[in-house]
Design a protein around this ligand. Structure first.
Ligand code: PHE
Length: 355
C-alpha cells in the first residue's frame, strides 16, 4: 500500500506540471482527490490492515494527501496569476486618454425663453403660476367680459373639446382648449390672496397654422392687482421687461387698442432693433418695421367687470394685465431669424441643436 501511495503522489506531481488551464486542473483534482478518486480507492484498503500497520499507513496516506493538496494549490495559484496577467494585457486601460464625450441635450429654445421671461418678472416680485390648458368657457371668455355669442370671441379661433360627437359641457360652460393665458386672471383672483402679482406662462391653442402661427403656442400673462395700481405701474413694468429682455437701448410706447377685458386697452410697441427706432432714412424705409416700431402684444387696465367676476370690488382694487406670445417675443429678439414659427415644433434636431 505504501508503494501505491508513493506512486500515486509521484504520478500526480508530474501530471500537475502538464496542466494548462483551470479546467484541466480541476479534472486532475477530481481524478486524484475526489470522493471516488484514486486516493480514496487506495484508502479503502485501510480497514483490512492489522491495527499498528493501519496507524502507520493512515498517517502516511495523510502526508501524501497533504503533498498532493499543496501541489494542487500551487498550480492553482500560478494558473490564476497567468490568467490575470493575460487579462491585464487585453484589458489594459490608459486612464490618461481623453474620454468620449457623452451626448448631452439642452433645453428647447422656447423653454429657455420661458425661463428668461420668468426670471425677469421674478425680480419685480411676480410669482410664476400655471392655470389649466383645458378650460371652461367661463374662465376663457365669459368672466373676461365676453358674453356668449359676443362677436369679440371670434378673434380667439377656439378649439372645443368633444366627448365623442358631442360638445363637452359642464357647470361652467363649454370645455375648450384655452386660446390665451388670460383664463388665469379670474382664476387667480378667486384664490383670494391680495395683492396679486402673477406671471402665468402656459400653452395656448388656436385654429390657425401658417408661417407666423402655430396651432399650439405659449403666452405669458402678467397680472397685477392692488389698491391704486395705475397705468404708470403698467408702463414701468413693461419697460423693465423690454430693457432686460431686449436691451437697455429699447424704448416702448402704448398705443390705444380694444380688448373686452381691459379698459383702457393698449398694444405695446417696442423700438425696432434694425433701424433703432428711426424707421429708416431719406434713402430707404426700414425693411423690418417701416416706421421705427414693432408690435409686442396686448395690455391694459383690468376691466371692472372682470374684477367683479373675480369677487373683487372695483372701487377698492385696480390692476393691469398683459399677455404676449412667448415664441413671437423670443423671435423678435435680435439675431433670431426664424422664417416659419412652426419650425420650433417639428423636433428636427438639426434645427434645435443650434440653440
Ligand atoms: N389675451 C389677449 C390675447 O391673447 C392679450 C391680452 C392679455 C390683452 C391681457 C390685454 C390684457 O390676445
Amino acid at each position: 500500500m505504501k508503494k501505491e501511495l508513493e506512486q500515486l503522489r509521484d504520478e500526480f506531481l508530474s501530471a500537475v506540471k502538464d496542466v494548462a488551464d483551470a479546467a484541466g486542473l480541476e479534472d486532475l483534482r477530481v481524478e486524484y482527490l475526489g470522493r471516488k478518486g484514486k486516493l480514496a480507492g487506495i484508502m479503502k484498503q485501510l480497514p483490512s490492515l492489522a491495527e499498528d500497520l493501519r496507524k502507520d499507513m493512515g498517517s502516511f496516506a495523510n502526508e501524501v494527501k497533504a503533498a498532493i493538496e499543496t501541489a494542487f494549490t500551487e498550480a492553482h495559484d500560478s494558473l490564476h496569476e497567468i490568467d490575470r496577467e493575460s487579462r491585464r494585457e487585453v484589458e489594459w486601460l490608459d486612464i490618461t486618454m481623453p474620454g468620449t464625450q457623452p451626448k448631452t441635450g439642452h433645453l428647447h429654445l422656447v423653454t429657455q425663453a420661458i425661463e428668461e421671461v420668468n426670471n425677469i418678472f421674478a425680480r419685480l416680485g411676480f410669482v410664476l403660476v400655471r392655470h389649466p390648458e383645458v378650460e371652461w368657457d367661463l374662465y376663457a371668455f365669459e368672466s373676461l367680459n365676453m358674453p356668449k355669442d359676443h362677436p369679440a370671441r371670434d378673434e380667439w379661433e377656439t378649439f372645443f373639446i368633444a366627448d365623442g360627437e358631442k360638445q363637452m359641457v359642464g357647470e361652467n360652460g363649454k370645455v375648450v382648449l384655452t386660446p390665451h393665458t388670460s383664463n388665469g386672471q379670474v382664476r387667480e383672483m378667486e384664490k383670494g390672496n391680495m395683492p396679486i402679482r402673477m406671471i402665468n406662462i402656459n400653452k395656448c391653442y388656436r385654429r390657425q397654422s401658417d408661417v407666423s402661427h402655430a396651432p399650439m403656442f405659449h403666452q405669458f400673462e402678467g397680472l397685477m392687482i392692488d389698491k391704486n395700481v395705475t397705468i404708470a405701474e403698467l408702463k414701468g413694468t413693461i419697460d423693465f421687461f423690454a430693457k432686460n429682455f431686449f436691451g437697455a437701448d429699447r424704448e416702448i410706447r402704448l398705443r390705444p387698442f380694444h380688448f373686452r377685458f381691459t379698459e383702457p386697452s393698449f398694444e405695446i410697441d417696442i423700438t425696432c432693433d434694425v433701424c433703432k427706432g428711426t424707421g429708416g432714412d431719406e434713402s430707404a424705409v426700414c425693411r423690418l418695421c417701416k416706421d421705427g416700431w414693432l408690435e409686442l402684444g396686448g395690455a391694459g387696465m383690468v376691466h371692472p367687470n372682470v374684477l367683479k367676476a373675480g369677487n373683487l370690488d372695483p372701487d377698492e382694487y385696480t390692476g393691469f394685465a398683459f399677455g404676449w406670445g412667448v415664441e413671437r417675443t423670443m423671435m423678435m429678439k435680435a439675431g433670431l431669424n426664424i422664417a416659419d414659427i412652426r419650425t420650433l415644433y417639428r423636433n428636427d434636431l438639426r434645427f434645435l441643436r443650434q440653440f
